[in-house]
Design a protein around this ligand. Structure first.
Ligand code: BES
Ligand code: MN
Ligand code: ZN
Length: 499
């Protein structure tokens, strides 16, 4: 986590070990670069003229010995075509700049990229998303390597963002303060999600939730164990846990920052710490990735840490049902009929559709908080990844205005969602001959029938469901957790807190 601050002022006057300024294609200096070029007698334009920096997006060039400036060196960063310059381009350039400096012994820098104007994007988002992109660029999860990949000898620690004018500096400072809280929440989410499943068990998640109260004593954290859940009748959740030697937990975290009698926003996160599929065992390929089946839980824990850190003046409750889904002689079987906490019975036709089984009891439990609204986040279906790929999270909601608010928060934060239908017609696919419903609805519309299943348990409140199966982590060479949808929901909650 870096330290970020804001400032306004002329580039040639910045005392820093490195000044970051942009160059558009082809060789067009940004305003800050232009200013430095003038005061240095054409030092920068001489370099671009030689062809060392064309301005291609993400290209970087470190320059020493620039005369008449206070900074020790200047990092030129390509911004791409000026007409096409937008927020994603800014973030790409920022990421490239930081990666270039991180390994060069620069512990501190001043960036003029944040003073570039982007139509339709507020300074607050430019600052916040720049900070998040920088932290994401240098994030690593190497705590379990005996000799971590060569770490920078003197890593980047502090970044100062230059703002276009002195006006709004207070808001800019606030934006950066919020960004740092969001960023550390995202890092917590990623760290939990990246942990291997032998370490990241339901009990460990509970310990991490409890640990939040050390830094944030105003949080109330309660962990319900198996016997409490039995008393409550959470037999759907408990059924999933039966095959595992790991004890199931229901983690409840309360941040009461608003008036005592205002109904809370309840966040629910799927916490399957490993999803083998159970008796309906998954194929072996990529099964390791099912350690990420608790990414929703990690996001809720991260979000609670953010609202607590920012002391948002709203009431927020986090609920994390957490289990391990394993095959064994004691495991849940296809054909089993279980009774959920709501009283509705479920015929389990596939033990790999376990997420909805733990979520339905958590969503029923949510009722006791008389919520203003409930948002659940879950790596729920492979079908959602087929439908939407890995760009947006799937959004379902029983309340139009809530869906719209989330779509907008997604566009603002860049952590986007795409709405899918929550229509009654899909309920027919969940028909069971022997129970109130089956836990699967066949191959067609798998993400939609999963949402339709949850909808049977959320009739009493405003509710949105985020299927984050395609967005919570990335595969391939950079395999790792993304921290989504923490940025989206931070934006949503901060907006709500402002009223
Ligand atoms: N955790 C998985 C969903 C998943 C699969 C997320 C792959 C990300 C990548 C979930 O528990 C699951 O297994 N869902 C099944 C449902 C099916 C049995 C109806 C699925 O998507 O195949
Ligand atoms: Mn599963
Ligand atoms: Zn699962």
């Amino acid at each position: 986590m870096l330290e970020f601050s804001v400032k306004s002022g002329a580039p040639e006057k910045q005392r820093s070990s490195c000044l970051i300024v942009g160059v558009y294609e082809a060789r067009k200096l940004s305003e800050a670069a232009e200013t430095i070029d003038k005061s240095s007698g054409g030092y920068l334009s001489a370099i671009t003229r030689r062809g060392d920096m064309e301005g291609e997006l993400g290209d970087t060039l470190l320059i020493h010995g620039v005369p008449n400036i206070q900074a020790e060196r200047v990092l030129l960063v390509g911004l791409g075509k000026e007409r096409e310059f937008d927020l994603p381009a800014l973030l790409k350039a920022t990421t490239a700049a930081v990666k270039a400096l991180h390994y060069r012994g620069t512990t501190e820098c001043v960036s003029h990229l944040t003073e570039l104007d982007i139509r339709g994007v507020e300074l607050e988002q430019i600052l916040r998303q720049s900070a998040l992109a920088i932290d994401a660029a240098i994030y690593r999860f190497d705590q379990l390597k005996s000799s971590p990949d060569p770490a920078p000898r003197r890593p980047l620690r502090k970044v100062t963002f230059i703002t276009p004018s002195r006006r709004g500096l207070l808001e800019a400072e606030n934006a950066v303060r919020e960004a740092m809280a969001i960023s550390s929440g995202i890092a917590l989410t990623k760290n939990l999600a990246n942990l291997p499943p032998n370490l990241c068990t339901p009990s460990l998640l509970a310990d991490h939730a409890r640990k939040l109260t050390e830094t944030h004593p105003h949080l109330a954290v309660e962990v319900l164990d198996q016997s409490r859940m039995e008393t409550l009748g959470m037999h759907a959740l408990l059924a999933v846990a039966k095959g595992s030697t790991e004890a199931p937990k229901l983690i409840v975290m309360e941040h009461l920052g608003g008036e005592a009698d205002t109904p809370p926003i309840v966040l629910v996160g799927k916490g399957v710490t490993f999803d083998s599929g159970g008796i309906s065992l998954k194929p072996g390929l990529d099964m390791d990735q099912m350690k990420y089946d608790m990414a929703g839980a990690a996001a809720v824990i991260g979000l609670i840490s953010i609202v607590a850190e920012l002391k948002l003046p709203i009431n927020v409750v986090g609920i994390v049902p957490t289990v391990e889904n394993m095959p064994s002689g004691n495991a849940l079987k296809p054909g089993d009929i279980i009774k959920s906490m709501s009283g509705q019975t479920i015929e389990v036709l596939n033990t790999d559709a376990e997420g909805r089984l733990i979520l339905c009891d958590a969503l029923t439990y949510a009722k006791r908080f008389k919520p203003e609204l409930v948002i659940d986040m879950a790596t729920l279906t492979g079908a959602c990844v087929i439908a939407l790929g890995r760009v947006p999270s799937g959004l379902f909601s029983n309340t139009r205005s809530l869906a719209q608010e989330l779509i907008r928060a997604g566009e603002t934060s860049g952590d986007r969602v795409w709405e899918l239908p929550l229509w009654d017609e899909y309920q027919a696919q969940l028909k069971s001959n022997f129970a109130d419903m089956a836990n699967i609805g066949g191959r067609e519309g798998g993400a939609l029938t999963a949402a339709a299943f949850l909808a049977r348990f959320t009739k009493d409140y405003k509710w949105a469901h985020l299927d984050i199966a395609g967005t919570a982590w990335v595969t391939g060479d950079n395999k790792g957790a993304t921290g989504r949808p923490v940025a989206l929901l931070s934006e949503f909650l901060i907006k709500r807190a402002r009223g």
